[in-house]
Design a protein around this ligand. Sequence first.
Ligand code: UGA
Length: 437
Amino acid sequence: MRISVIGCGYLGAVHAACMAKLGHEVVGIDVDEKKISDLAAATAPFFEPGLDDLLREVQSTGRLSFSCDAAAAAGSRVHFICVGTPQRHGENAADLTFVDAAVEALLPHLSPGDVVVGKSTVPVGTASRLNRRIRDVQPEATLVWNPEFLREGHAVADTLHPDRLVYGNEDGLEDNPAVSVLDEVYASPISSGTPRLVTDHPTSELVKTAANSFLATKISFINAMAELCEAAGADVTQLADAIGLDDRIGRKFLNAGIGFGGGCLPKDIRAFMARAGELGADQALTFLREVDAINMRRRSKVVELTRELCDGSLLGKRITVLGAAFKPESDDVRDSPALSIAAQLQLQGAVVTVTDPKALRNAQRRFPELHYQQDAEVAMSGAEALLLLTEWKQYRDLDPYELSGSVATPKILDGRNILNPEKWRAAGWSYRGLGRP
Ligand code: UGA
């Protein structure tokens, strides 16, 4: 099938490459010329494990091309909208400028029978509005909302083997002609057993925001428990292991630490609250305000714990922050709790060095005032305290015995609770976890 993918960021670039991998003929379209020239040269414009190899593999088949011109979408049967929906400046609501612009740019190139497929995360009600706009211009085209659930760092596998497919169409019916078109697009994952649900437009939009809100709530729940454990002298990692054994609760997404960040969970829960307010249902989501507040409190808590670790004063203390990305296996620093903590420490007088295997270029752009060092060994040498804030494998594997010779004072704050406290203490380190005695 001929497919166009509009928007080639984290979501669209991976989606375009994966659709070509599934055997389709794909054109990726974006207004950013640099992104398109990188992708055309089989180089991902961001770090995502496996994506460069996949781009090379599918481009050699001739099934994947890129263009800056929306007219390149003409002739495709299915058009995926994969542009970003960031938080509006100074507001909680989502900014739909890019979604609206993508649809407007596509309209002149739609033919009868075309299916426009929204994948971006949007406020409920957007799909029906866009469907009306599409029908005004091309009455025989239609819009399906097909939310994306991929995680950065696992994006290729999540797209090729999703845990579910949701198709939201205008009547919510299984026999809507767009359903069989999408079944053809996703024939491979469907044949290997991926569940597929057909809903109406608003339900499909809500599935995505509800899923991210649930995940955010789970993380803030365990971080609230960490606050209690801190007050009571208990251990939140043991608590999570014990409650997680109840399979109604589950152990996943119960890792307490510095909280969630990234380009999705924080802005999605805020946009959800804003939309609920517009719909007169704000009370239903008041709890998300608390989820957000618990999450943001983790960052100040780490600053306070670091001050304690540094004998009550941050002034002039040489602190090395391990990790800048919002999570490992990603170079994304959007709303990264690690960088936000590094910046607060620096503002309070500490001399902060940040290291990260992949994210320093992006970090530098966002916080140019911080000092960066690519080489982790150099970054840690002479440090008066280490803060492990993104759980990259190389930081998990640090050897406390080896490291104690190169730092000025052996003190570590484990912001992700991934190190073994006994081992670090036995090696002479002063160890602090979050929500651990
Ligand atoms: C999230 C969702 O997990 C995806 O399903 C969704 O498709 C995506 O948003 C999106 O809306 O596009 P992502 O932002 O890539 O994916 O990252 P997550 O793996 O969800 O992690 C989010 C944050 O939560 C990270 O900062 C991570 O460190 C933190 N986290 C995660 C915790 O603090 N504790 C945990 O137990 C798990």
